[in-house]
Design a protein around this ligand. Structure first.
Ligand SMILES: NC(=O)c1ccc[n+]([C@@H]2O[C@H](COP(=O)([O-])OP(=O)(O)OC[C@H]3O[C@@H](n4cnc5c(N)ncnc54)[C@H](OP(=O)(O)O)[C@@H]3O)[C@@H](O)[C@H]2O)c1
Length: 256
């Protein structure tokens, strides 16, 4: 029987491409999103069984509902890609606190809740692979996306610690750190009036997902998701002092 993979945020962008890569490797997909595009996932991923799940993961009920539907498949998860996430652009002085709380609930809390279910299921079978989408933003201060970056830093740190705990159970954890990628992400974050507003210069989500899925199956601890320039930027981010990185980031993220 084919393996089963959970992909959150599978209805668009990087998550859809991750689902496509996994389907290409023969995995059936539990694909998650909030929009009605989720219902059409089966047609967009031909040749494998798709279980579409439309839930809002920024609520604990949404996570519980998703997990109930995973259990209802009657199948164990071989792969879990915890990928759904959003950003919120603008000056912290002006951004809406409720939007920020919702972002934290999706980008951090839901990932932890879901990871708890996933690791319990996978460790019981002593097998499984977990891919956690973080971001290059985890490696730099992110002014004008001042809460988003820390949510990605949380996920990177969480992934690295969890990876070590999972080693004795034969479960791998891999962090994917995409650079800026041409998806709906920045327009959804209200960043149309920044350098991030244009998708022309960004990484192809297909490339980012392929790098992530290849790293997942190679059992790597993390991978930078993007082209050569993105990988060089990541290297620079590991060396430059934070105040300099913050100033550079603000040039791209500050609303014009
Ligand atoms: N694009 C970038 O430049 C970039 C860079 C670094 C890291 N990332 C990370 O990559 C991940 C995917 O982003 P993307 O670029 O692919 O963005 P995207 O195109 O906007 O896709 C986001 C996905 O998450 C789903 N989603 C959003 N809110 C949700 C919620 N409350 N509950 C369940 N699902 C929800 C969306 O589903 P619906 O559309 O159906 O609502 C969609 O499938 C995020 O974690 C992000 O932090 C992105």
């Amino acid at each position: 029987m084919a393996g089963l993979a959970l992909v959150t945020g599978a209805s668009s962008g990087i998550g859809f491409q991750i689902a496509k890569q996994l389907a290409g490797r023969g995995y059936d997909i539990v694909g998650v999103g909030t929009s009605d595009r989720v219902a059409g996932l089966g047609e967009r991923l031909p040749g494998v069984q798709v279980y579409p799940v439309r839930v809002d993961l920024s609520t604990e009920d949404g996570v519980a509902d998703l997990w109930r539907q995973v259990e209802e498949t009657g199948r164990p998860l071989d792969v879990a890609a915890l990928n759904a996430g959003v950003s919120l652009g603008g000056a912290f002085l002006d951004t809406d606190l409720e939007d920020e709380k919702k972002m934290i609930a999706l980008n951090i809390t839901s990932q932890v809740l879901l990871a708890k279910h996933v690791v319990r299921m996978m460790t019981a079978r002593r097998s499984g692979r977990i891919l956690i989408t973080s971001s290059m933003s985890a490696l730099t201060p992110t002014p004008y996306e001042s809460i988003y970056g820390p949510t990605r830093a949380f996920m990177l740190s969480f992934a690295q610690g969890l990876r070590e705990e999972m080693r004795e159970y034969g479960v791998t954890v891999t962090a994917l750190l995409p650079g800026a990628t041409a998806t709906e992400f920045h327009s959804r974050a209200g960043m149309g009036n920044t350098v991030f507003g244009s998708n022309d210069w960004k990484n192809d989500p297909e490339l980012v997902a392929r790098l992530g899925v290849d790293a997942l199956f190679a059992g790597k601890d993390h991978v930078i998701g993007g082209d050569r320039k993105t990988r060089l930027d990541a290297l620079r981010n590991r060396m430059l002092p934070d105040p300099i990185k913050a100033r550079r980031f603000a040039k791209a993220s500050k609303p014009r």
